[in-house]
Design a binder for this molecule. Structure first.
Ligand code: PSU
Ligand code: MN
Length: 308
């Protein structure tokens, strides 16, 4: 039997494997947002809402993670429960994948690591809340999400980079790395908790155009991801001034507390959530669901064009 090495290294569940084999729509989801980014029980609400948003549009959802050392695209119910309980689940970025596998650890994958696993499994579309980027305070920690986006040809749907970051510096890095950013029905890079950043992006108005651009990039042999951004649902959006105050305060506290590395993003997200009395969590849930839904429609459009 011919064994495809890349599908063999990443374990897929039967539903995911058969969808991939038959060219049907699949959406990869990352798991760090569930195990580190959101508190209990909001993380469960998020997981349910994202899976439902994907499935109700006719696509198959595949949560990526390292499960007791096994890189996976698609979790069983029991596995998902373990990740939602958060305890003993490491945050795994691209550089940590090998370590998590060798140690047979449970690892929740960031966008960077999720891209690696999803790509190997043969999935073209991934949804998340907000990608990582360039942090605001010295040493200006930069998420490995950016480097992986630069070398993974997939469509990634998000609400821009998280507003805890320096959005201008992040946009510049994406530019330098050659990552195309498309605003879905917007000409402005969203600011995660709200619609406005003042940073322009190319606007597209339908899924088919996104698919055409993705196919053109692929035909050119370009290796970078296509980043599709949309603002959070308007009723949940937070005023920029409220977010800004909470972030500035959070950054100051993180410096005082000596927070570093992979702990930084979860620390800042939790701070903004507290400072906004949970409103940040509400918008985070709403945008995760909306991004999963858009990712599913794009994956459906992609599957239609590939089969024709
Ligand atoms: N989107 C959210 N919440 C999150 C994340 C994304 O709404 O917590 C996670 C993703 O896994 C992303 C990670 O890859 O935050 C970035 O972490 P870091 O800055 O440490 O690379
Ligand atoms: Mn970092």
């Amino acid at each position: 039997m011919m064994l495809n090495a890349s599908t063999a290294i990443v374990r897929t569940l039967p539903a995911v494997a058969s969808a991939i084999a038959n060219g049907r729509a699949v959406v990869a989801l990352e798991s760090s947002v569930l195990a580190q980014g959101l508190p209990i029980p909001a993380n469960r609400t998020a997981a349910r809402a994202m899976i439902e948003a994907v499935e109700s549009r006719g696509a198959v959802a595949a949560i990526t993670a390292v499960v007791r050392g096994v890189p996976a695209a698609g979790l069983t119910d029991d596995e998902l429960e373990r990740f939602l309980a958060r305890e003993g689940i490491a945050k795994v970025s691209a550089r940590d994948l090998g370590l998590a596998i060798a140690r047979a650890a449970d690892g929740a994958t960031t966008v960077a690591a999720a891209l690696t696993l999803a790509r190997l499994a043969g999935i073209d579309v991934l949804a998340t809340g907000g990608i990582g980027g360039v942090h605001r305070a010295p040493p200006f920690d930069e998420s490995a999400d950016l480097a992986e986006l630069a070398r993974t040809p997939m469509i990634v749907v998000c609400s821009g980079a998280k507003a805890i970051l320096d959005l201008r510096a992040t946009a510049e890095r994406l530019d330098t790395l050659g990552v195309a950013v498309l605003g879905f029905r917007t000409a402005e890079l969203p600011a995660f908790y709200g619609a406005e950043s003042g940073i322009p992006v190319q606007r597209v108005d339908d899924e088919q155009t996104i698919v055409s651009i993705f196919r053109a990039q692929r035909a050119l042999g370009q290796r970078s991801a296509l980043l599709v951004v949309q603002p959070p649902p308007a009723p949940f959006a937070l005023p920029g001034s409220v977010v800004e105050r909470a972030v500035v305060e959070g950054v100051r506290e993180s410096t005082r507390a000596g927070v570093q590395g992979s702990a930084m993003t979860p620390f800042l997200l939790a701070h903004v959530d507290r400072a906004t009395a949970g409103r940040a969590r509400e918008v985070n849930l709403a945008l995760l669901e909306q991004n999963a839904a858009l990712a599913a429609s794009i994956a459906m459009a992609l599957a239609r064009t590939e089969s024709s």
